[in-house]
Design a protein around this ligand. Structure first.
Ligand code: NAD
Length: 417
């Protein structure tokens, strides 16, 4: 018999039903809490006295942002300069010493970062380390004061377990499957332009790229020719010869992606060439939820379309899966976009466009649930790499006033406290 199961189920059901979200609900709960404290002050004081013999009074306070100490930044290969240097800026700005670990898959960038970058920084406070999983296992046995990891959820778990041994705090910038809902009320060509741009950008090897589209069969019919038109305009009749389309990073990733081309039915593209690690911008339809392309993060130029009959069904589909890093909704109706936003959860959200939200330094960037924890960019990077130390400074005098808190607690003292 699990004594907690019923309570936890009840609270989860209330949360899923959206009970705690309306502002009025939150205000009412806080007012209730305030009333409880007011109406039962005496009861609480008696309870505190019995439990701890205690009463407290605070002066003014401030937060001092301090560097954690020795920070490890681990980066992936897909934006190998950006995803190493942007976190590094935050870590250095906050005053930390930094160990930087670029990805072994982006070999040339790794080399430049290891050989050239240290010349520009104080090497007594900064180091680049190299290696793959084996070396990383060794590195992670050491104690760091903070670990900032960008990469896959699988390796994120390994990093977090290693960090837990030292109680080291972590930021995990992970990936996953980012849904993109396309409403019937939309201009298909505008949506297709934006979708094709941000799905095939960097050959689909972008953590915030839309991983799959949810739309009705009717919208799919309007979207397919529009997507074909956008792909042809962007990459020409023969995308393989386009200078604007990259290649898959490694043979291993190419083989995995080529396997995914067998899911559903190819509606656009589908060609591949192993010798160049080339995969054409591809759209898949008639895809089953159980097929690999809907089970794993795609991270390549393949876009499956999954049919839903209504907005409710799309929201339900999204909520049955892990919380994504980014979520997109296209609609001419503000209400529809706002409903998707209000009834789902994701690291970030963008209505009617691709990953433009990433470019705003005023917004934090990060995941939630399985897509990660913590965030950075702009000022948020500084805060991420700083310990927020709570401080209270009191005056060495005024002992007469302060002495009221010392025991013994006479009824008169308790009235004042
Ligand atoms: P990955 O997890 O394989 O590797 C990331 C880093 O971890 C690399 O430096 C790698 O050397 C290191 N690593 C590999 N095995 C390790 C181990 N056993 N122990 C410790 N470290 C290890 O990821 P990847 O293939 O380089 O990048 C793709 C993934 O990253 C995708 O899932 C993508 O969504 C995600 N990603 C997320 C963001 C984000 O900002 N949230 C950005 C880019 C990529």
């Amino acid at each position: 018999m699990d004594p907690f199961a019923d309570t936890l189920r009840r609270l989860r059901e209330a949360f899923s039903a959206g009970r705690t979200r309306p502002a009025e609900f939150r205000a009412a709960q806080l007012r209730g809490l305030g009333r409880f404290l007011q109406e039962h002050k005496q009861l609480l004081q008696e309870a505190l006295a019995q439990d701890l013999h205690k009463a407290t009074q605070l002066d003014s306070a401030f937060i001092r942002k301090e560097p954690f100490g020795l920070v490890l930044v681990i980066a992936p290969w897909n934006y190998p300069v950006n995803l190493t240097l942007v976190p590094l800026v935050g870590a250095l700005a906050a005053g930390n010493c930094v160990v930087l670990k670029p990805s072994e898959f982006s070999r040339s960038t790794e080399k430049v970062l290891a050989e050239v970058l240290p010349r520009y920084l104080d090497q007594s406070c900064f180091a680049v380390v190299l290696g793959g999983p084996q070396e990383m296992g060794q590195l992670l046995e050491h104690k760091f004061d903070y670990i900032f990891f960008t990469g896959s959820p699988r390796v994120g778990r390994i990093v977090m377990s290693a960090a837990a041994k030292h109680l080291t705090p972590v930021t995990l910038e992970l990936g996953g499957k980012n849904p993109c809902y396309v409403d019937d009320d939309c201009d298909p060509q505008t949506v297709a332009n934006r979708l094709a741009w941000f799905r095939y950008f960097n050959t689909g090897q972008t953590c915030v790229a839309p991983d799959y589209v949810l739309c009705s069969p009717a919208t799919q019919e309007r979207l397919l020719p529009a997507l074909q038109s956008a792909i042809t305009r962007f990459y020409g009749e023969d995308p393989r010869s386009s200078l604007n389309l990259g290649r898959i990073v490694s043979d291993k990733h190419f083989q995995r992606l080529r396997g995914l081309l067998g899911c559903g039915r190819v509606a656009i593209g589908g060609q591949s060439d192993e010798s160049e690690r080339y995969i054409a911008p591809t759209v898949l339809v008639d895809v089953e939820e159980t097929e690999p392309v809907m089970q794993e993060e795609i991270f390549g130029p393949i876009l499956p379309i999954v049919n839903v009959r209504s907005l409710d069904e799309a929201i339900d589909f999204i909520n049955r899966r892990e919380k994504p890093l980014a979520l997109y909704a296209f609609s001419n109706s503000k209400q529809v976009v706002k409903r998707v936003l209000a009834q789902t959860s994701s690291g970030s959200f963008c209505g009617n466009d691709g990953f433009m939200h990433l470019t705003l330094a005023s917004l934090p960037f990060g995941g939630v649930g399985a897509s990660g924890m913590g965030s950075y960019h702009g000022k948020f990077s500084f805060d991420t790499f700083s310990h927020h130390r709570a401080c209270l400074l009191r005056c060495p005098g005024m002992e007469k006033i302060y002495s009221i808190r010392y025991p013994p607690y006479s009824p008169r003292k308790l009235r004042v406290l």
